[in-house]
Design a protein around this ligand. Structure first.
Ligand code: ADP
Ligand code: MG
Length: 335
């Protein structure tokens, strides 16, 4: 029987059906499919980077559960997060939208204000896009260009055995916020920060740029699908394996408390929930302490070790206090 998309999954589709058909057309010095951004030669010592992401109503957001302002902000944030994952600086954005004809102009104005608000904070202009109508659900596509020093590009493929795996933020707040939305839970003292993280995640562009300048940071990417899925991309691209130490999972008190109250598995949310839009990096273990100290002085929060890169077939091993266990999940995948 003919294979269905659900059998190969999102990453099977990209790796088996899409990417191989274009490998032979790739010019020298160009990185195409497979990292947070494509990387293309620009000047002698700089490269241009490009990324794009799609947001579909009812798949990525519910119109009744996110304000137009928040959605405009978030549509750009998720794209800038991929620029952050490479360590680059955004230079321009393109916004394509399909809106139903009965959508209020006031809604669109608020959407653009949200988009503008993050554009202004990160000092990046809107340079173009496309506009069309849709029978029903809103479709939003954003593309972002950026630039950076060639020598500072952080790829998924540069992790080395022995590296610490680290993140600069708590994990799971955004999926915790989503849980409030999906379950229609009333706001309480834990929900505000979780909802904020879900509805208006702030892309870690400054942190990414800072980390890109450190040669002891070997691999980096942004966390969009959950560390359980995203770290898998790093180990696969680097042909290594990784251990994750569950007892070290950085989680906010609000996520822990809300999880207790509603019976959620907080670790499951932290590793598989997705949409945290933070960074995931691997660092030379000998340089870690100094790097983490400098990071904390600069950004006011710590870099936290959650695991280690090891030799082996690409895969993740979850440990709790040194004892192996089955992972809390594999992260989010479409299909
Ligand atoms: P991210 O979450 O960092 O945006 P994805 O997991 O969406 O990355 O995609 C992984 C890689 O596959 C990226 O390099 C992306 O550009 C590429 N990719 C995804 N979908 C397509 C597609 N339809 N055609 C070509 N490349 C794609
Ligand atoms: Mg990404």
């Amino acid at each position: 029987m003919a294979k269905k998309l659900s059998e190969i999954g999102e990453f099977g589709l990209i790796d088996e059906v899409i990417a191989p058909r274009f490998k032979d057309l790739l010019g020298e010095d160009i990185t195409g499919i497979g990292d947070d951004c494509a990387v293309m030669p620009f000047t002698d010592d700089e490269v241009q980077i490009v990324t794009t992401d799609l947001l579909i109503e009812e798949i990525h957001f519910l119109r009744a559960k996110i304000s137009a302002f928040q959605l405009g902000f978030k549509a750009l944030a998720v794209n800038l997060s991929d620029i952050a994952g490479m360590g680059g600086t955004p230079t321009g954005t393109f916004l394509s939208v399909a809106f139903p004809k009965n959508l209020g102009v006031a809604w669109i104005e608020k959407f653009m204000e949200g988009y503008r608000s993050l554009s202004e904070k990160e000092n990046v202009p809107l340079l173009g896009g496309d506009t069309t109508n849709t029978p029903d659900n809103i479709v939003i596509n954003v593309a972002v260009t950026g630039r950076m020093k060639k020598s500072e590009v952080k790829r998924r493929s540069h992790a080395r055995p022995g590296d610490y795996v680290a993140v600069p933020d708590n994990l799971g707040d955004s999926p915790g916020g989503l849980q409030y939305i999906l379950d229609g839970l009333p706001e309480d003292k834990f929900s505000e920060s979780l909802l904020k993280q879900h509805l208006t995640p702030y892309p870690k562009v400054s942190e990414g740029r800072w980390l890109a300048k450190k040669e002891q940071v070997h691999a980096m990417m942004d966390v969009s699908d959950g560390v359980g899925s995203d770290l898998h991309h790093i180990v696969k691209a680097s042909n290594v394996a990784a251990e994750l130490y569950l007892e070290k999972t950085p989680m906010s008190d609000n996520l822990r408390e809300a999880s207790k109250k509603y019976g959620w598995n907080a670790e499951e949310l932290a590793y598989s929930g997705g949409e945290d839009y933070t960074l995931l990096l691997t660092v030379d273990p000998e340089a870690f302490e100094k790097l983490a100290g400098d990071f904390s002085k600069t950004f006011g929060r710590p870099l936290q070790v959650i695991g280690k890169i090891i030799e082996g077939e690409p895969g993740l091993k979850y440990l709790r206090n040194g004892k192996p266990l089955d992972g809390p999940g594999k992260g989010f995948s479409h299909f």
